[in-house]
Design a protein around this ligand. Structure first.
Ligand code: 4NP
Length: 153
């Protein structure tokens, strides 16, 4: 069993969408029950809240229902519970390294704590619907590559 945790700032826009997209990608490849996918935020403002309506909507447009997900904050034990912790941007990653403390260097060296994509997934919170569509596109491409990596295909 492999487990993946996506992390953004609020856990209401980017990481819940990434969670839904990767899960759907894995289910589509018949591996839905082999990989555990979750998401969390470095911040605590939105804990317990459903994803932002704009993320729910863009997911729905692409055939995925993420409305049942609820925001939670990253915890120190996430670094041992998850095989992969993937940050949406460099700022989230820096905060995660701080939170990981003594284990940060090992997690980095093993590639278990890293930025999800080779560039930042921009925070769409203060922008319009087009920003969410662009984020979806980036996450979709990244999820497909990650599924290849995890499943070794
Ligand atoms: P996310 O977007 O990190 O992709 O969930 C944000 C959501 C909320 C806030 C910032 C970013 N906020 O400042 O409340």
């Amino acid at each position: 069993m492999t487990s993946v945790l996506f992390v953004c700032l609020g856990n209401i826009c980017r990481s819940p969408l990434a969670e839904g997209i990767l899960r759907a990608e894995l289910v589509g490849r018949g591996a839905g029950d082999r990989i555990m996918v979750a998401s969390a935020g470095t911040g605590s403002w939105h804990v317990g809240n459903p994803p932002d309506p704009r993320s729910v909507e863009v997911a729905m447009r692409h055939g995925i229902d993420i409305s049942g997900q609820r925001a939670r904050q990253v915890r120190a034990e996430d670094f041992s519970r998850f095989d992969l912790v993937l940050a949406m941007d460099g700022e989230n990653l820096a905060n995660l390294f701080r939170l990981a403390g003594a284990s940060a260097a090992t997690l980095r060296a093993e590639g278990r704590l890293r930025r999800f994509l080779d560039r930042d997934v921009p925070d769409p919170y203060y922008g319009g619907a087009d920003g969410f569509e662009r984020v979806h596109e980036m996450l979709k491409r990244g999820a497909s590559a990650l599924a290849d990596e995890i499943l070794g295909s």
